[in-house]
Structure formats: structure tokens, C-alpha cells
Design a protein around this ligand. Structure first.
Ligand SMILES: NC(=O)c1ccc[n+]([C@@H]2O[C@H](COP(=O)([O-])OP(=O)(O)OC[C@H]3O[C@@H](n4cnc5c(N)ncnc54)[C@H](O)[C@@H]3O)[C@@H](O)[C@H]2O)c1
Ligand SMILES: [Zn+2]
Length: 361
């Protein structure tokens, strides 16, 4: 088993192992979090893993109950939070209980948010089951739900007590969702660790075949990087913004595509754009964008803006981006693989030109 310490205000460990799910009950007992556990899962994961986890907890002498909601981003809203909270109250869950967020990023964000406000806050642990959740969303304590006005607009910073990552559960994850998570791993390689980037280049094929050793390695490296960044900047005051590499343009593309494209796919295109901008502005070494684009393609990720999305719409969303602070847009750019810079106010024309070049004709 691998262990990573996240050194936030309230520090916690990330545990990583194949088959870890069966060890959770004994491990969680030692944490002494609660008398009862509310296992929260979406409708897919509840059947695949939730029922088993509840049974394992009960066999270990712990009281546990499964609460579910329909799978999908559409469920990540305040109504689902209220629905789950009322179910928990009706089942007699008091302050001496804890939440187990078992699922992808939607479950983690939703259940973490609920834990942060239920009876003014109860402890929770993350048990991420999608690759995106295992390498990104389960670490760092950002919780929240969407509003009709935009994604993640209601939320809290609320750190879990422990993160249990069982990469064995990825065998049932659809390939599209594996690729979705891989975009975030490429991001970590780009901003922080050229070895991770080279590893992805070498192992792309095996990774797409769900090779367990490779998945373990990339999850471990990704969590180490995210843990290091959030340990230095828990609430996104500075360094944590580096995690926005590929995301500023990616988010604008996601919105312009009316959220019909997977997040990781938009980030993939956003990273190609940011790398090209880095080169054009003379910050990035020549060939940088080409190398990133090749890796993304080999991982089955898109590198061109779909025909149905207009560059003008992306530009409009970019100007509205919440990272526009005092009228300034900050992009995370690259000098080389593994070395980033924050760049304020890149010329609009450069962004527009790069986006037009990336448009599928
Ligand atoms: N909190 C953060 O720091 C942070 C960071 C990045 C993304 N996010 C959020 O994460 C969400 C996206 O997460 P996601 O991509 O995991 O979405 P998701 O939770 O909807 O999971 C994707 C799909 O995979 C299914 N699934 C999950 N694990 C499975 C498994 N082991 N086997 C089979 N199917 C499985 C789910 O049921 C779902 O249908 C977004 O809402 C995003 O805003 C949060
Ligand atoms: Zn992301």
C-alpha cells in the first residue's frame, strides 16, 4: 500500500492499493470517526460497489446505510443535497455519523459538500472510483454543486479525513471516462513533472488497456503532485492556480459546447492551445506544443475544437472567466515540460489566432 500525506490545515492521508476497498472497514475503525456511516453513491456505483461496501462495513461491526442519487452531472445540484440530507435525517443520522463518498467526481463534490454543512459539519472520507476522481477531485477538499448560472458556484473548502484509492475498481470504468481522467494526468506532467510526462508517452498503449501497474504509478504520481500543491496553497490564493493549466480555455470551450463534451476532453484541447500560445509568445521551447499534442492523441484525447463550437463563443466565455481578475486574464503557460509560468493578459489576438488554427475544418 502507498501512502501520501496532504499537509493542509487539518492534514490527512491518501492510501493507494489494488483491492483496498475490502480493507476500508478495519482501517476506518482506527480513525474513530463515527458510530454510523452514510455511504453516498450514484446509481451506477451503488450497484457496482456501494452495496458491497455497506455489507463489508456491517460485517466489521459498523453501522452503515447506502444513500443514492441518479448518476450524472445533472444531479450535482442543491436539490440532490437537500434530498440526501432529508433521507439521512429520516434514517436517524445525527452528529455522530460520517459520510463515505463512494464514486466519481460528482459524488465526491456532492457528498463532500453535504458533509460540510450537515448538522454544521460531520467528518467524511473519499473513496474515488473514476480515474478523474482518483487523480484529482478527491484530493484538496474542494466540494460543491452547480447552479443554472454555472458549474461549482456553491461550495466549500472541506478536507476529507482520509482518501482511499482502490485502482482495482477502474476495470469497470468506461474507456471514455478513463481518457477523461488521463487529461488531468497529462496536466500534472506538463506543469510539474517531466518524468511523469515521459512515462505517459512510453506507456500510452498499456494505460489504455487498463494495465494495473501503470495505473497505480500514474495515480500515485498525480496524487503526490496534487498533495504537494494543495499543501502549499489550500485555498487557491496563489500556487494552486497552476492546476488551471489547460483549464482557462478548456472551461470556456466546455461552456461554449453547452457542457456536451467531457471536461477532460475540453482540457485536452485547452492544453494544446496553452502550449501553442506559450510557443508563440516566446516563452515555451520550440516543439513543446507538438509533443503535448502527440501524447494527447496517443491517449485517445481530442486535440481540435469540434466544428459545432464557435471560436467567437469561446472568446466570449473567456472574457467572462472568473479568473479575469481586475480585468486581467491569467493563463498558465509552459516554458518546457514540467516548468510553468503565470502569464497575465496574453494578447487577445494571439488566443483567437491559436483557437482558429485549432478549429476542425
Ligand atoms: N473537487 C475538485 O477539486 C474537482 C476537480 C475536478 C473535477 N471535479 C468535478 O468532478 C466531476 C466529474 O467527475 P467524474 O468525471 O468522475 O464524473 P462522474 O462522477 O459523473 O463519473 C463519471 C461516470 O463514471 C461512472 N463511474 C464512476 N466510477 C465507476 C467505476 N468504477 N465503474 C464504472 N462506472 C463508474 C459514474 O457513475 C458516472 O457515470 C465534475 O462535477 C467536476 O466539477 C471536482
Ligand atoms: Zn480538471
Amino acid at each position: 500500500m502507498r501512502r501520501i500525506r496532504v499537509k493542509t490545515g487539518s492534514p490527512y492521508d491518501i492510501l493507494i492499493a489494488g483491492g483496498l476497498l475490502t480493507d476500508i472497514p478495519e482501517n476506518i475503525k482506527v480513525l474513530d470517526l463515527a458510530r454510523r456511516f452514510a455511504v453516498i453513491s450514484d446509481s451506477n456505483v451503488a450497484h457496482l460497489l456501494g452495496e458491497d461496501l455497506v455489507r463489508l462495513l456491517e460485517e466489521a461491526g459498523l453501522s452503515a446505510h447506502l444513500f443514492t442519487f441518479p448518476a450524472g452531472e445533472e444531479s450535482k445540484n442543491i436539490d440532490t443535497v437537500v434530498f440526501l440530507a432529508r433521507q439521512m435525517l429520516q434514517s436517524g443520522f445525527d452528529r455522530k455519523c460520517a459520510v463515505v463518498a463512494l464514486g466519481g467526481g460528482v459524488t465526491g463534490d456532492l457528498a463532500g459538500f453535504l458533509a460540510s454543512i450537515y448538522l454544521r459539519g460531520i467528518p467524511y472520507v473519499q473513496v474515488p472510483t473514476s480515474l478523474l476522481a482518483q487523480v484529482d477531485s478527491s484530493v484538496g477538499g474542494k466540494t460543491g454543486v452547480d447552479l443554472p448560472e454555472g458549474k461549482n458556484l456553491l461550495g466549500t473548502f472541506y478536507q476529507p479525513r482520509r482518501v482511499y484509492i482502490d485502482y482495482g475498481v477502474l476495470t469497470t470504468l468506461p474507456l471514455e471516462h478513463l481518457k477523461n481522467g488521463l487529461a488531468e494526468v497529462v496536466k500534472y506532467g506538463c506543469i510539474w513533472n517531466s518524468y511523469l510526462f515521459s512515462f505517459l508517452e512510453e506507456q500510452a498503449e498499456a494505460i489504455l488497456a487498463y494495465n494495473a501497474d501503470d495505473l497505480e504509478h500514474l495515480i500515485y504520481e498525480s496524487c503526490r503532485i496534487k498533495a504537494e500543491i494543495v499543501s502549499q496553497d489550500e485555498k487557491e490564493g496563489g500556487l494552486r492556480r497552476v492546476l488551471n493549466f489547460g483549464h482557462t480555455i478548456g472551461h470556456a470551450l466546455e461552456a461554449a459546447a453547452k457542457y456536451k463534451l467531457l471536461h477532460g476532453f475540453c482540457v485536452s484541447i485547452g492544453m494544446v492551445a496553452a502550449a501553442r500560445i506559450s510557443e508563440i509568445l516566446g516563452i515555451g521551447s520550440l516543439g513543446l506544443a507538438h509533443r503535448i499534442e502527440s501524447l494527447l492523441k496517443n491517449l485517445g484525447l481530442p486535440v481540435r475544437i469540434p466544428r459545432s463550437v464557435s471560436v467567437a463563443d469561446i472568446m466570449t466565455y473567456l472574457s467572462k472567466d472568473k479568473k479575469v481578475w481586475q480585468g486581467k486574464l491569467t493563463l498558465v503557460l509552459l516554458k518546457e515540460i514540467g516548468k510553468f509560468v503565470f502569464y497575465e493578459d496574453p494578447p487577445q489576438e494571439t488566443i483567437q489566432k491559436v483557437l482558429e488554427d485549432l478549429k476542425t475544418v
